[in-house]
Design a protein around this ligand. Structure first.
Ligand code: GLN
Ligand code: ZN
Length: 758
């Protein structure tokens, strides 16, 4: 009979209890014992929910005190040398030290978990002496069994994925380290086997990226060893986020189950399954319920899919599962009281997805009639949103179709615009500017709270914002910056601010997901057709411009960033959503220009984040992302200078696309990888205006003039001084006022020195 399974459950709790406990513990407000017990309670609660829902395979060891990759590193004693670790179980202080840094040692690097917004801690191998410090999966298994009588399925990150996501070794050392790691895995598995564990889930998501021949050989070796050394333990080899590469090799591995993603890897996995079939001795983990999206599944569609799969794999060997861990979605819709009913009815967060799994499994077991009622109400819920006004803005759909049918381009080439803009603005060589935001002080946040609660009138709040603008326009003039900004004091964050003003967006009250460590984000939901409703940034920008003779740069977030940092509807392609956003934002750009703002920055820090996992899909994504940016910005006059800004350093393989965006000026975050970035510009000939951040805003330290001078000198070796801008590497909203002013003073001084040398 078909069974149901969850690949992982969110750890943060319905009310972010997890975050609160972690932060209280770090802040010394919670003793270790109380902390442990708070987390245990949460962990058990999550298991109980799944048990009560009737999920057959419930994951254990998916819970973490910070991050599951860090857990794996700690379990195998992979601790960087700088932490003075001498073996044995990794204490909490060291565990958190690796995640967050200590007085004496910098934190481990953190990076994105595949193409999600979850960030993991990167294990470092140099100088490691791997040893099993504790069998965490076993501990988790015992706890679930003793406390709740649950036969849990331990989740472990597989050795290939774990090593590939690590750093601190050379390519040729890979097999050396793998050989060290394997016996430790074997010990973990053998102890689970002795304990009587039936199944383990071994996650190997790297199998959806590129898998070389030598990786296939490694996989064979790994899973042969596991099969021989722990023959009584069944392994579900789990993949997710895309279709697997090398399907025909992977299904031959000596494991008892293969888990595939039939949401995000739908086409590829179905095609492989049809082409190569599925081995008769294995279980197929059919990831049909979207672990990353927030929408209710169409149960009808999923049942059709499962029926199709059961023609290839008998229902007795099908496991109905989430497409990936539910870590990437909020916990429950049940607390959301402020959403429209059409929207709310179509949402499924983690808890609601448990429901879907169980219903689908039941349908396979007992026939559709057993779930007729659920099928019916599911259809009604989905149809209600589909037929809602929000999703049927014909005017918008037609306008966007018309606009996106043409190739968006500026009226003149960059070279011609450059001349026109120089004539208009008369900026000095190496113009100085900032990225947009100035410190969001406690006072600023307080004011916004008062206004949101209704304690302050709109006028009061507006007056306060104007005061802040006055102060910072004054400061920028005094510092001697050439292009000013209004400071973004009215914005909470760069997506929410726009989402609240555009049509088609909704905001949950509790829809948090873990981003990294204790940091959670609450992405907006793009559920309807996106449309411009009212000017969003014009008032503040115009006001700032009225206070100074120097140019004030308008500031908005670009379409791709807004999309990548939101949950988006899944009834139309992402490309279409991007164009709707672009068309709406274009109206803001035009409104700014009409209001006399002649420099407009459209931030796109998150373009890189949306890059598809498969190389073959990347060009297409970049092409429509570039097009969306150009749609947003192409209708302005030649003299109007379009700026953009991007964060995060891996740009080397994207420079062509960045150039194709055709922004008059781009500022790029570089100070943490300055050398590398300049190097990539050496090999390319980027021909538009560019500002490589000359100091790192992530640190409160005020950089010295000489540090910035050397950055500038180095950059000018490869870049045309006539196109080079001087700026910090990102927005300054997290910094304090004093350090910001001091750092910008030094930046202007470094610029003067550089100008004298030219
Ligand atoms: N204009 C934004 C700011 O300065 C850009 C932020 C970002 O790049 N993430 O805050
Ligand atoms: Zn930035």
């Amino acid at each position: 009979m078909a069974k149901s399974s969850v690949l992982g459950y969110p750890r943060i709790g319905e009310n972010r209890e997890w975050k609160k406990a972690l932060e209280a513990f770090w802040g010394g407000k919670l003793e270790e014992e109380a902390f442990e017990s708070a987390l245990r309670e949460l962990r058990l609660k999550h298991l109980r929910k799944q048990q009560e829902q009737g999920v057959d395979y419930i994951p254990v060891n998916d819970f973490s005190y910070y991050d599951q990759v860090l857990d794996t590193a700690a379990m195998f004693g992979i601790v960087p040398k700088r932490f003075a670790y001498s073996g044995g179980p990794v204490p909490l202080s060291l565990y958190y030290g690796m995640a967050r840094g200590t007085e004496d040692a910098t934190a481990c690097e953190m990076t994105k978990w595949f193409n999600t917004n979850y960030h993991y801690i990167v294990p470092e191998w140099d100088g490691a002496s791997p040893a099993l410090t504790e069998n965490k999966p076993l501990i988790a298994y015992r706890e679930a069994k003793e406390k709740l009588g649950i036969e849990g399925r331990p989740v472990i990150i597989g050795p290939l994925t774990f090593l590939k996501l690590s750093k601190g070794y050379k390519e040729e050392e890979f097999d050396h380290w793998l050989a060290k790691l394997l016996p430790l895995y074997v010990q973990v598995l053998q102890e689970l086997e002795q304990e009587g564990v039936a199944w383990v889930q071994i996650d190997e998501p790297v199998l959806v990226t590129s898998v070389s021949r030598s990786d296939i050989e490694r996989l064979k070796k790994i899973y042969n060893v596991f099969g021989t050394e722990a023959p009584g333990l069944k392994i579900m080899l789990q993949t997710y986020f895309e279709s697997v590469e090398a399907y025909s090799d992977i299904v031959q591995l000596p494991v008892q189950g293969i888990g595939l993603d039939f949401v995000h890897g739908f086409e590829g996995n179905v095609a492989s399954l049809k082409q190569y079939g599925f081995p008769i001795d294995k279980v197929l983990g059919a990831g049909v319920v979207d672990g990353r999206g927030i929408w209710k599944a169409s149960l009808r569609t999923k049942l059709n899919l499962l029926e199709m799969l059961s023609e290839i794999v008998p229902a007795g060997r099908l496991v109905v599962q989430t497409s990936c861990s539910l870590l990437h979605v909020p916990v429950t819709v049940s607390q959301e009281e402020k959403l429209g009913s059409e929207l709310r009815g179509a949402l499924a967060f983690a808890d609601e997805k448990l429901d879907e799994l169980v219903v689908l499994t039941k349908a396979l077991q007992a026939g559709e009639t057993a779930v007729a009622e659920q099928l019916h109400s599911n259809e009604l819920d989905l149809a209600a949103l589909q037929q809602s006004e929000a999703r049927n803005r014909r005017d918008i759909q037609q306008a966007v179709a018309a606009v996106s049918a043409a190739e968006p381009r500026r009226g003149k080439s960059f070279a011609e615009r450059h001349v026109a803009q120089q004539n208009k603005w008369q900026l000095p060589i190496l113009p100085t500017t900032t990225i947009g935001s100035f410190p969001q002080s406690a006072e600023v946040r307080k004011a916004r709270q008062l206004w949101r609660k209704g304690d302050w009138s709109h006028e009061q709040y507006e007056a306060f914002i104007r005061e802040q603008i006055d102060i910072w326009i004054g400061l920028q003039e005094e510092i001697g910056l050439d292009v000013l900004v209004h400071g973004e004091f009215e914005r909470t964050d760069m997506v929410e601010f726009f989402g609240e003003k555009l049509d088609g967006f909704a905001f949950t009250q509790f829809g948090w997901v873990q981003s990294y460590g204790s940091r959670c984000v609450k992405p907006p939901i793009i559920y309807g057709d996106v449309a411009f409703a009212e000017a969003m940034t014009v008032e503040e920008t115009k006001y700032a411009q009225s206070k100074t003779k120097r140019p004030v740069k308008g500031m908005l977030t670009g379409p791709i960033t807004i999309m990548n940092w939101s949950f988006v509807r899944d009834d139309i392609p992402r490309e279409g959503i991007a164009y709707q956003l672009a068309y709406a934002l274009r109206q803001e750009v035009e409104a700014l220009q009409t209001a006399g703002i002649g420099m407009i920055q459209v931030d796109e820090p998150a373009v890189r984040e949306g890059l598809p996992l498969k190389k073959r899909d990347q060009a297409e994504y970049l092409a429509w992302s570039v097009k969306a940016f150009r749609m947003t910005t192409c209708t302005v006059q030649d003299e109007t200078q379009i700026h953009t800004h991007m964060c995060y350093c891996e740009f080397h393989d994207m420079i062509d696309s960045i150039e194709a965006m055709d922004a008059d000026v781009i500022s790029i975050e570089t100070s943490r990888s300055h050398g590398e970035l300049i190097h990539s510009f050496e090999e390319n000939t980027y021909k538009l205006g560019i500002g490589l951040g000359v100091y790192d805003i992530h640190s409160p330290r005020v950089p010295r003039v000489e540090e910035m001078t050397s950055m500038i000198d180095r950059a000018l070796e490869v870049l045309d001084p006539g196109l080079f801008w001087i700026n910090p590497d990102c927005g300054l909203k997290t910094r304090g006022r004093e350090e910001t002013v001091a750092a910008l003073h030094n930046m202007v001084e470094a610029t003067q020195l550089a100008r004298e040398k030219l």
